[in-house]
Design a binder for this molecule. Sequence first.
Ligand code: G1P
Length: 296
Amino acid sequence: MTELTKIVIPVAGLGTRVLPASKVIPKEMLTVVDKPVIQYVIEEAVAAGFKEIILVTRPGKESIEAHFQPHDELEAALEQKGKTALLASVRDILPADVRITTAFQNQPLGLGHAVLCAAELIGDDDFAVSLPDVLIFHSDGDHAHDLRAIVAAFKQNHAAQIMVEPVADDEVSSYGIVDCGGAVFHPGESHNVIAMVEKPAVGSAPSNQSIIGRYILPARTMTLLKETQPGAGGEIQLTDAIDALIAEMPVQANSMQGRTYDCGSRLGYLIANLKYGLDHPQIGARLSAWIREQDL
Ligand code: G1P
């Protein structure tokens, strides 16, 4: 096992589920209340201890990297006006010891292919993968709790960790699903995975435990990804490479304790804005009062 400092965040997707909003603006740059979705995901990674954020991107999505770079003109203007809180909100997004690097995915060949595009930057290191559509919310405000928990479980159990949550039986075909041999999941627990299947047909899934998009994986996964053939939807699937990993080392599904908010769909994005809006220290109480006044 190597030190876990690297996290791969694939951002090269076309965002077809949220068109036309994502025609020019990357879907990762759409805002939830006052921050782009990608900022929440990167803040979660940083709070869980990751130091190298590897964005797998494509031409046309440069605004994602730009958001995390200094903006001299804006910062000078805010400084001159004495707007210190706003200045801090644009200048101090990342701690000094965290860096963002990029790899390119020039063809949309699937999530597994996107992760493989980061192979050179990962080298022989174990790594995490975080999918930027999904925000994780914890009622205690520590939104990195689950990611930190799977990092700890990876180190303690010497097993790859896949974060899961239950979905309705008729929704399994939208997700990767884990087969843990009927294990009963309590929040926070990890169970050994027997098999994983990407987007099974309704009625044929081995369970309703869905992969939510946070993974801790051994370096070996990259080699397996190179050998992975196109699977569901004709795409190279990360799920299939991890399924192959099961023959070589333990892979565990970890039942998350927080709640997911899927910003990659219109309804999910709207609900995320409401949830994070209600939780916002400056506007939450007024939003809540407004909702209660509505004749719903
Ligand atoms: C991807 C993964 C899938 C996972 C899902 C979570 O699918 O392939 O296993 O359940 O993310 O959002 P996608 O949503 O990119 O089709």
